[in-house]
Design a protein around this ligand. Structure first.
Ligand code: ADP
Ligand code: MG
Length: 222
């Protein structure tokens, strides 16, 4: 089964009267259960590609299929529901809500959809990620690695089959990078979560099964 497929995917940003061609026609296929590192210099289009694959930005041209669904043929509301049921995001800067505890941050995606037993589910997950002693802490009261693990918990609490991570360890030291990557690898191994992870870090890429390179908005050799 194919998890992610893009066809002739293009993105042009308009900026102060100029056009920036961030993606120049990407054809990419990722199988279910794969764990893919997305590498390439700064400005090569990694974040743009991840945003389009995740349906959080729209392409100028081309298509994105997630598990066979042509996501940009969905209306905004259906796309939002599809995204929440299928895709988890982890970013370099975790974007946790500062006023809320770790537990509350993880519960947020669950409450939107009124799932039952939300607190237990969030607690169990934080426990699994080694954070049972931090559930009532706010982001500012946790280390960078702990914050990133909370962000991972929030991204996977809805059990997405696809995880998109944009430099998830970009802000972490090597020990925390290792912890985070072991968690992701474990999710890929045991839950068959398909992953695409943008990174500059060779060590992070080495956790992955496949490495793809972007250069100037185009796929380079694997
Ligand atoms: P990467 O993640 O590989 O560093 P990006 O996808 O962020 O690359 O950026 C690709 C190109 O698109 C860069 O030239 C960047 O400056 C430009 N770009 C990204 N986002 C925007 C935006 N919102 N408006 C204008 N240009 C943008
Ligand atoms: Mg980026």
């Amino acid at each position: 089964m194919i998890a992610i497929k893009t066809e002739n995917l293009k993105k042009i940003y308009k900026f102060e009267g100029a056009e920036i061609e961030a993606l120049k026609g990407i054809d990419l296929t990722i199988e279910e259960g794969d764990m893919v590192a997305l590498m390439g210099p700064s400005g090569s289009g990694k974040s743009t590609l991840l945003h389009l694959i995740g349906g959080i930005d729209i392409p100028t041209e081309g298509k994105v299929y997630i598990k066979g669904e042509d996501i940009f043929s969905l209306n905004e509301k259906k796309l939002a529901v599809f995204r929440n049921n299928n895709i988890g995001f982890v970013f370099q800067f975790h974007y946790l809500l500062p006023e809320f505890t770790a537990l509350e941050n993880v519960m947020i995606p669950l409450q939107i959809y009124n799932k039952r037993d939300v607190e237990k589910k969030a607690k169990d997950l934080l426990d699994k990620l080694g954070l049972s002693h931090r559930i009532f802490h706010k982001p500012s009261q946790m280390s960078g690695g702990e914050q990133q693990r909370v962000a991972i918990a929030r991204a996977i609490v809805n059990q997405p089959s696809i995880l998109i991570a944009d430099e998830p360890t970009g802000n972490l030291d090597s020990k925390n990078t290792e912890t985070v990557m072991n968690i992701l690898k474990d999710m890929n191994d045991n839950n068959n979560v398909t992953m695409i992870i943008a990174t500059h870090d060779k060590d992070v890429a080495n956790y992955c099964k496949r490495i793809i390179y972007l250069k100037d908005g185009m796929l380079a050799e694997e």
